[in-house]
Write a protein that binds this ligand. Structure first.
Ligand code: CA
Ligand code: CA
Length: 202
């Protein structure tokens, strides 16, 4: 039996629309593209300011310029958002990172994730590994995934920098941040991905 062509067409259009809606809603972060300011992001440490440099070269958007300071080798989580999560689920996270050349010493730009047992992200449960970028003078995307550990109901997504012991400070720009649940269509969801949080650059 053949379906009438018109019915099939309507069905396909519905599927495409649904997929578009799902992908548009997957990012749980507010103001992830830093179009005009750093609103919705809480400063935790270090210093941050809005910067007109955009990862896609848009004149209508910018990025977050963050600076980490400290003694010795130290990681500073500068801008954070606390996001409710579901225990046991896998989440995906990423950000574009740009490291300006000419800094006195080396460092890393990172996405850092802590898990908490309360919705305000105060009762620490665990930390996930981080992804990093060291390439300078070009935008690179760092990305990874992690499973919510037992007892955690919120994740604190942080844009962070790590400076070397020799440096007084280290800075990096961040843009197009992403944090959202992996869908059942993602690779390795069912089996769990032991390679989670490997660093990627492109
Ligand atoms: Ca932007
Ligand atoms: Ca981008």
């Amino acid at each position: 039996m053949r379906r009438p062509r018109k019915t099939l067409l309507v069905y396909v259009v519905f599927l495409v629309s649904f997929a578009a809606i799902v992908s548009a809603q997957r990012n749980l972060l507010a103001n992830p593209r830093f179009d005009s300011d750093l609103s919705e992001w809480s400063p935790l440490a270090g210093a941050a300011q809005w910067d007109p440099l955009d990862s896609d070269g848009s004149q209508f958007s910018g990025s977050a310029f963050i600076v980490g300071e400290g003694v010795g080798t130290s990681r500073t989580q500068v801008l954070v958002q606390c996001i409710p999560v579901n225990e046991g689920w896998w989440y995906e996270l990423s950000s574009d990172v740009y490291i300006m050349q000419g800094q006195t010493d080396s460092g890393l730009g990172l996405v850092h994730l802590n898990w908490y047992s309360d919705t305000l992200c105060t009762d620490f449960v665990d930390v996930s590994q981080t992804t990093f970028a060291t390439t300078v003078e070009e935008w690179v995307q760092v990305s990874g995934s992690a499973q919510v550990p037992p007892g955690a109901i919120a994740g604190r997504f942080a844009l962070a920098v790590e400076k070397s012991a020799e440096a007084d400070s280290f800075s990096a720009n961040f843009d197009d941040a992403f944090f959202g649940p992996l869908t059942i269509f993602a690779d390795d969801f069912e089996s769990g991905n032991a390679e989670a949080w490997s660093a990627t650059t492109r």
